[in-house]
Design a protein around this ligand. Sequence first.
Ligand code: G3H
Ligand code: 13P
Ligand code: ZN
Length: 323
Amino acid sequence: MTHFKEIGLSNTREMFRKAMEGGYAVPAYNFNNLEQLQAIVTGCLESRSPLILQISKGARKYANQILLRYMAEGAMEIVNSAEHPIPVALHLDHGDSYELAVSCIETGFSSVMIDGSAHSYEDNVALTSKVVEYAHKYDVSVEGELGVLAGIEDEVSHEKSHYTDPDDVEDFVKKTGVDSLAISIGTSHGAYKFKVKPGESPPPLRFDILEEIERRIPGFPIVLHGASSVLPAYVDLINKYGGQLEGAVGVSEDQLRRAAKSAVCKINIDSDGRLVVTAVVRKMLAEDPKNFDPRKYLGPAREELIQMIVRKNREVLGSADRG
Ligand code: G3H
Ligand code: 13P
Ligand code: ZN
């Protein structure tokens, strides 16, 4: 067993307390490879933002769970020897079983999500409580989920979203003992979050539901999944250089700014990072067909990802200079 403190990680408790008090949200960025990890850590150090580094079940399968875990430990050496270190949590994204959560906790994760949203309410409560009981023995924080996001949640596909029912939240939080709660208020995973006609704006998020949830569990940290903005500049670059992402739409930055000022303390971003990397790699390879050195197309992608992260932390989430 490696305890997260041995690696210099933090759980999310203090991060969320400060975010709630300061009216901002902590970014949770997913990584699957070296360049993404480097960009996330560099971008958050540069903007002095607290950071939640997320690893999904799919990421563990793709990159090898042992390798990812040691990459995170290596990143912590860099963070903690920086001139201004920032608090970092290593978080399991969309954990779907007790065993997976335990395996992550035993290898040094400081935070886990147990996503029981595909189960019945009672089974979600039972599974989440079991994970909380184990996690809290080691001071690891736990994120639960109520409500269903449209789109793909890891391997569980949901055709339709079900907004979180505010009537359930107080009971769920009390029965399970979770430290934060992911809710469904109109966001979804991936690059196609809303169906809109050209020139039309996507519908607003259901802030009325969020406000009712805040009224039921005052001061409790809320998590927003599926919160990428699907920035048009990168979608356009992808399409210009041979991609086909027509109609890709995300959550507007104004909606995210509003959410970040509320009880939403953690905002999950994966697709935006994927889009940046794909856009730059497509451009580099199209402009220089003789380039066959991955450092010469992944390096520029990493640079652009750093800039995207710095800007998001500074101008959207408000987490810059809070680390
Ligand atoms: O919410 C899902 C995350 O974007 C992780 O996606 O399962 O493809 O790694 P993934
Ligand atoms: P996006 O697909 O909007 O980036 O959402 C990521 C996410 O919720 C990870 O859990
Ligand atoms: Zn998610």
